[in-house]
Design a protein around this ligand. Structure first.
Ligand code: SAH
Length: 217
């Protein structure tokens, strides 16, 4: 019989070899990356690769992001634990769990309903009770609960959707991959006294953000 995988060890190695050496410093981010069971968010056949240094398919032509990218985007949001956080692109729900560990409340939107249902079930099974879910076009944001202290978009956009800028709180942070369909730059936007200050965190590659303020279907 095959030896069972030691996931705790796999998580520890992931933090030590993939995250810390590439400059992830926020101790809270490193801690939750070492804690959340990424293996629960990937397909059964791929659990052996759950902690590897790359994205994995999750069905419906979508992917769970590479651990380093999850950590990088999370760190950029500078979460302290009191935030109202909006996530666009629930996907597997793994990033949602990381955000739920570090925020007061998470609002997450996914346009592919079966993915949303699967993620919602897993997150409930793992005991998260500070997450609200919506099957919708996230490029429109979630008007009902604005403003958000932190917004994360986990799909690549042609430009930053205006509704997300509008729904960002004063001093709030937004991270989003912006570019063409093949490569994007990870952009961090901070709302300061009504201005939007932009910072480029580097190149990346995401699946398409599809919607009214994204790519056409
Ligand atoms: N954070 C997820 C990433 C999933 S991939 C994870 O690590 O598992 C990006 C997701 O964004 C896909 O599930 C895709 O269906 C979703 N998506 C794309 N456009 C969207 C939109 N306009 N609104 C909500 N979700 C969207």
């Amino acid at each position: 019989m095959a030896k069972p995988i030691d996931y705790r060890l796999a998580r520890e190695k992931m933090v030590k070899k993939q995250l810390a050496p590439r400059g992830i410093k926020d101790p809270r981010v490193l801690e939750v990356m070492g804690k959340v069971h990424r293996d629960r968010f990937v397909e059964e056949a791929l659990v052996g690769e759950a902690y590897n240094d790359h994205p994995l398919p999750i069905g419906h032509r979508q992917t769970i992001s590479q651990p380093y990218i999850v950590a990088l985007m999370t760190e950029a949001l500078e979460l302290k634990g009191e935030e109202n956080t909006l996530e666009i692109g629930t996907g597997s729900g793994y990033q949602t769990a990381i955000l739920a560990e570090l925020s007061e409340k998470v609002y997450t939107i996914e346009r592919v309903r079966p993915l949303l249902v699967k993620a919602r079930n897993m997150l409930a099974e793992l005991g998260y009770n500070n997450i609200m879910f919506k099957a919708f076009d996230g490029t429109l944001g979630w008007k009902e609960y604005e403003p958000y202290d932190a917004i994360m978009v986990t799909a690549g956009a042609p430009k930053i959707p205006q509704p997300l800028l509008d729904q960002l709180a004063e001093d709030g942070r937004l991270v989003i991959p912006v570019g063409n369909k093949f490569s994007q730059e990870l952009i961090k936007v901070t709302r300061k006294k009504g201005n939007y200050v932009q910072e480029n965190l580097g190149g990346c590659r995401f699946v398409d953000l599809v919607g009214v303020h994204g790519w056409k279907d």
